[in-house]
Design a protein around this ligand. Structure first.
Ligand code: DGT
Ligand code: MG
Length: 383
């Protein structure tokens, strides 16, 4: 992929999944600006803006992947990962310390209001924009509005907004996982669970707790999630929940959403073999002692976002990669698999379209081997 033109310019692999990207990197300020532009483009919406959002994302992950702090835009001008717009912003920040465009967006009424709405659990960019267009700007506007009706999910997100903004520390996530493990030990001994998502990638603070659950014996996991959720509900731990049966089709929808190119032309689908990954996500309410938070006499519990995912043992490795993320890492992995190897990868399975066969995996390493990629530790997947 290297088109280095004599100079010792910086190089990057074509796909994010081919390189190491860690939480620590050298270009914080530039990444923050590019991520803001990405988020703004998503809030504007429409096909063109979504394309721009993806371009900003590609630029910001490229900056995260660089081995040094950039001081001059010439150092990166030959990288294909950066479009003209991103390069212009980077150049501006490097020369005068900030970008007019970025600061103008950051302070704009549109960005401030839509971003605020988008931070509510259950509110996507489309809804945020719709509310903005209706003249709404604040949470009070939402609460008092007669023209909009919040869904139950959004209402719950709004009601618990402040607590959901508190970061979930690694220790808290571990304690939530331990509590879940205690429950599944009672329901079905032998069942296993582990933290996935950002915490598995080394994040010290996340926006939620993602827990992957499975039983080593295929099929035993059926019905487990319902029993677990019933028990948690009895304990008063659940404030709001949605149960999802993730079949190959919803997963396909997720692929399409996160992967704007490359997947729409997939003809072969893994088929019906993997149709029972189950998920419960919602807002949980934990005693403050469980989270090791200081006592609060007015409010003995604290709300946190939790995602529980149950996978059959045969799909465990794929579920583990998929739910470890991050999202951009998955996106690049799936795009790479399809474009370079004609392998259709999901959180359930991988299907080799050339060989017309499923690729069974029992470890993450197996999956990297199929994909002819160097194994990356979870903390190296922070694109
Ligand atoms: P956080 O929670 O903000 O600290 O960061 P993450 O990386 O834990 O993000 P989160 O919790 O939204 O998602 C964890 C991973 O799970 C993410 O890398 C992608 C995957 N994931 C999230 N939603 C879905 C979904 O609807 N379907 C599938 N297949 N995967 C999903
Ligand atoms: Mg998470």
């Amino acid at each position: 992929d290297g088109s280095a033109d004599g100079e010792s310019s910086l190089q990057l692999t074509k796909y994010e999944c081919q390189r190491v990207t860690t939480l620590d990197h050298y270009n914080r300020k530039l990444v923050e600006a590019l991520e803001l532009l990405e988020s703004h483009a998503l809030l504007i919406g429409g096909e063109q803006s979504q394309g721009r959002a993806l371009a900003f994302k590609r630029s910001s992950t490229a900056m995260k992947g660089l081995p040094k702090e950039i001081e001059n835009v010439d150092e990166i001008s030959s990288l294909r990962h950066l479009g003209n717009h991103s390069l212009r912003i980077i150049g501006e920040i490097l020369t005068k310390g900030y970008s007019d465009e970025v600061e103008q967006i950051r302070n704009s009424e549109f960005y401030k209001a839509t971003k605020l709405f988008n931070n509510i659990f259950g509110v996507g960019p489309t809804t945020a924009r719709y509310w903005y267009d209706k003249g709404l700007r604040t949470f009070d506007d939402l609460r008092n509005s007669e023209i909009i009706k919040l869904t139950d999910r959004q209402q719950s997100g709004l009601d618990n907004y402040d607590e959901l903004c508190e970061p979930v520390t690694l220790e808290q996530a571990q304690r939530i996982r331990d509590m879940v493990q205690n429950e599944i030990d009672i329901i079905l001994p032998g069942t296993k669970s582990m933290l996935v998502g950002g915490h598995r990638r080394g994040k010290k603070a996340g926006h939620d707790t993602d827990i992957l659950i499975w039983h080593p014996e295929e099929g035993k996991e059926r019905g487990l999630l319902t029993k677990l959720v019933d028990r948690l509900e009895l304990k008063g731990y659940i404030k709001y929940k949605e149960m999802i049966n993730i079949d190959a089709n919803t997963d396909e929808a997720f692929l399409r959403r996160t992967n704007s190119r490359g997947l729409s032309d997939i003809k072969e689908k893994p088929g019906k073999a993997m149709d029972h990954l189950e998920r419960c996500f919602g807002i949980f309410s934990f005693p403050r002692t469980l989270l090791q938070l200081p006592q609060n006499d007015d409010n003995p519990s604290a709300a946190r976002r939790v995602d529980l995912i149950v996978t059959p043992a045969s799909q465990w490795a794929y579920a583990l990669v998929g739910w470890t993320g991050n999202k951009q890492y998955n996106r690049s992995l799936r795009l790479y698999a399809w474009k370079e190897l004609q392998i259709n990868l999901s959180s359930h399975a991988a299907f080799d379209c050339r060989e017309q066969k499923l690729l069974p995996a029992s470890t993450e390493q197996d999956i990297f081997n199929y994909l002819k990629l160097t194994y990356r530790e979870p903390w190296e997947r922070n694109c």
